[in-house]
Design a protein around this ligand. Structure first.
Ligand SMILES: NC(=O)c1ccc[n+]([C@@H]2O[C@H](COP(=O)([O-])OP(=O)(O)OC[C@H]3O[C@@H](n4cnc5c(N)ncnc54)[C@H](O)[C@@H]3O)[C@@H](O)[C@H]2O)c1
Length: 255
């Protein structure tokens, strides 16, 4: 890693969908490590609240309201970051949405929106940071996918987007390896965040019953995995999917 940005202080970390939930926990984790944060979200108010809540860490941060599905906004965002910090060390593609339904009821709009944010958004961000990473000969990308990429009823649009993101992760890992850039994915299982808090009580209870551990994971569990994959300890790991799901991806429960 370039000596200008040693791990555990001073690396520039860009997190999309940072405004709440898993993204906000990732932001706190990196803030406590002493990194410089670029917090990106479509929701400006959420970003403001997050920045307030991180004030106690004393970290340097920059908030940017942007839609990851917009090529212009993503490229403008990355130019601002490079202009301000002169470098970028870590990209976490966390922004994601769900529009769950059985296949017959998925509208074309729900299909397009989910694919646009979850898959195209990550593609645009990877593409935008690549010239900087290539020039630095260093960089870490962590894509937040989902355990659901393995298959999930009522989530065809979501699982297709996350499965696509796994394939993007693997292809870019190969393409970027020669530039010392690592590309990995974290696949959360059911995590207690605003996304799952938005489910009906019945759907939440059903989800919990389906977990081998009998409970949801915490947003901090995902942040810890992201911090590991973005660290020097993971230098020789690329193109991998780390499932952080309490064992859900291992197999069916049959008791
Ligand atoms: N919560 C879970 O159980 C769970 C499980 C598996 C995977 N995930 C994945 O983890 C990631 C974060 O999930 P979460 O639970 O924190 O969700 P969340 O809905 O609580 O937060 C997502 C954040 O992304 C932002 N966002 C949405 N669209 C955006 C866009 N176009 N551009 C920029 N920002 C945008 C939202 O404003 C929000 O702040 C997502 O990619 C999600 O698919 C979550």
């Amino acid at each position: 890693m370039n000596s200008m940005a040693q791990e555990g202080g001073g690396r520039v970390v860009l997190i999309t969908g940072a405004g709440q939930g898993i993204g906000a926990a990732i932001a706190r984790r990196f803030a406590l490590q002493g990194e410089k944060l670029v917090l990106v979200d479509v929701n400006a108010e959420q970003l403001r609240l997050l920045a307030e809540s991180l004030a106690d860490t004393g970290c340097e941060m920059m908030q940017m309201t942007a839609d990851v599905a917009s090529k212009d906004q993503v490229h403008e965002l990355v130019s601002h970051v490079v202009e301000r910090f002169g470098r970028l060390d870590v990209l976490v593609n966390n922004a994601g949405i769900i529009r769950d339904n059985l296949i017959s009821n998925i509208s074309e709009q729900d299909w397009d929106q989910v694919l646009d944010v979850n898959l195209k958004g990550a593609f645009l961000c990877c593409q935008a940071v690549f010239p900087t990473f290539k020039q630095q000969r260093s960089g870490k990308i962590v894509n937040i996918v989902s355990r659901a990429w393995l298959g999930s009823i009522g989530q065809a649009n979501y699982t297709a987007s996350k499965g696509g993101l796994v394939s993007l992760t693997r292809s870019l890992a190969l393409e970027f390896a020669r530039f010392q850039v690592n590309v990995n994915a974290v696949a959360p299982g059911a995590i207690d965040s605003p996304m799952t808090q938005g489910l009906t009580q019945e759907a939440r209870e059903r989800l919990i019953r389906m977990q081998p551990t009998g409970k949801m994971g915490r947003v901090e569990d995902i942040a810890a995995a992201v911090a590991f994959l973005a660290s020097e300890d993971a230098e020789f790991i690329t193109g991998q999917v780390l499932h952080v799901d309490g064992g859900k991806s291992v197999g069916l429960l049959s008791l």
